[in-house]
Design a protein around this ligand. Structure first.
Ligand SMILES: C[S@@+](CC[C@H](N)C(=O)[O-])C[C@H]1O[C@@H](n2cnc3c(N)ncnc32)[C@H](O)[C@@H]1O
Length: 430
């Protein structure tokens, strides 16, 4: 293990990548197994990261570049060592509350016109999901004022902001903003309220806005009744351009599926029929019990159904299977290498769907395929090797409504002199 000196350690920040891109003791690393499976560790010599595919020694990671693909001790799996970002943090953070996800985060940041150098209020801090994205956007010169009235959440968020190299860009206060307000005047460009009663904080938020600039506010509420009360408060306080959005995200999975010609599909169907017919005499021969025999037929049919599955299987391996039809159909063993259209490692097989640029030029890599030995008497195999086609597919489960986003603008209360007025004042002063 390499010895880490204080000089060689660059403080990690979730708001920007390390310039040397090298993993050092104390760094956070996102262990990326697939899009659906990742977690975060803090690298410490002597510790291990364990998952179902094996064990990964922290000390093996020290000195590697972020982005490295690392094999497990069993040789069965691998994962990627990623530099943490606000987007990844949202997916791996410990949930203390409900959190904002990427769709809302990106939409809100855009509509609030957030830019580096700006100052902003956020309340409540909750699990700090949104805070990380805000800080990266406002930093390094801007500032986030985050308010949370739950002391334990404040303590946990404070610790995370420090560990994530963000504490100089965030001021975190334990405060009930509905009861006590923000106690800030003429300081911020934007306000975001993720609170059960945001209307109670609107008047105090108004005072916090810079008075010579246009201010933007957004509130995030699951119920339309909350929106209604907040709209009333915003109107009363002189906010304009009040608009409400619901931000729904629809994920499209990209898959590679076999593109059968009519002839191939017919040949495939004939193979299935042939297999069914062959199963029948076996059933008749079996005089020990019809029920056992019929379940064998059912099993065979299930295998056929599996082979038909090109749309519903969630894993690439299923569509691979449908791309490999053995017309002898004596056994259902297939070489997973035969027509594997996507690149997966053994960890990745758990559900990662990888985009293949240029569908017909799909390649295979990852763990070697196991091919079962066929009996010597079996008929020779004829394989149909269809071309592959890249398609997009909506997963069955789609995240629905989370919350309504209410936006409003506060016009400057102090009007600065315009150019004509400035010129006139300058002329008069001469
Ligand atoms: C849904 S969470 C915020 C989640 C956060 N936006 C995120 O992305 O992680 C709402 C938070 O507001 C806090 N809260 C509720 N009422 C509050 C108040 N009056 N003053 C300050 N914080 C409050 C709660 O304790 C809770 O942690």
């Amino acid at each position: 293990m390499s010895e880490v000196t204080s000089q060689s350690v660059e403080k990690q920040s979730f708001a920007r990548y390390k310039s040397n891109n090298t993993i050092e003791e104390g760094d956070h690393v996102v262990m990326y197994m697939s899009r659906e499976s990742m977690s975060i560790i803090r690298v410490k010599d002597g510790e291990y990261f364990n998952c179902k595919f094996g064990s990964y020694k922290h000390s093996d990671m020290i000195g590697l570049q972020f982005g490295t693909k690392l094999g497990s001790n069993t040789g069965r799996g691998f994962l990627y060592l990623l530099h943490p970002t606000p987007e990844l943090w949202t997916l791996v953070l410990p949930h203390r509350t409900q959190i904002l996800y990427i769709a809302d985060i990106s939409f809100v940041m855009n509509f609030l016109n957030l830019k580096p150098g700006m100052s902003m209020i956020e309340s409540g801090t909750g699990s700090g999901s949104f805070s990380h994205s805000i800080v990266r956007t406002l930093g390094p010169t801007g500032h986030l004022y985050s308010f949370e009235y739950h002391q334990e959440r404040v303590n946990a968020a404070k610790k995370e902001f420090e560990e994530h190299g963000m504490s100089d860009m965030v001021t975190l206060q334990c405060r009930d903003v509905c009861k006590d307000g923000f106690d800030m005047t003429n300081m911020v460009d934007a306000v975001f309220l993720d609170l059960p009663a945001p209307w109670e904080a609107v008047a105090s938020a108004k005072k916090a806005f810079k008075q010579d600039k246009i201010g933007k506010i957004c509130t995030f509420s699951p119920c339309i009744e909350q929106i209604s009360r907040t709209v009333t408060a915003l109107n009363e306080q002189g906010f304009v351009e009040i608009q409400m959005y619901e931000c729904l995200i629809r994920f499209n999975e990209i898959r590679v599926i076999p593109m059968w010609t009519i002839e191939e599909a017919m040949e495939r169907q004939r193979a299935i029929e042939k297999k069914r017919k062959r199963a029948l005499p076996r059933v008749m021969r079996d005089n020990k019990g019809k029920s056992a025999a019929s379940s064998e037929v059912q099993d065979d049919n299930n295998e056929d159904e599996d082979e038909d599955e090109t749309e519903d299987g969630d894993e690439n391996t299923k569509s691979n299977k449908s791309a490999k039809i053995d017309t002898s159909a004596e056994d259902s063993a297939v070489s997973s290498a035969a027509a594997t259209p996507t690149t997966t490692g053994s960890d990745m097989e758990e559900g990662a769907s990888i985009v293949i640029p240029g569908s017909s030029s799909a390649t295979t890599s990852g763990s070697p395929a196991s091919t079962q030995q066929r009996p010597a008497t079996a008929e020779p195999r004829e394989r149909i090797e269809p071309k592959n086609l890249t398609v997009t597919k909506l997963p069955v489960e789609q995240r629905g409504h989370t919350s309504y986003l209410l936006f409003a603008t506060l016009p400057p209360s102090v009007q600065l002199p315009n150019l004509t007025e400035k010129n006139a004042a300058a002329t008069a002063a001469k």
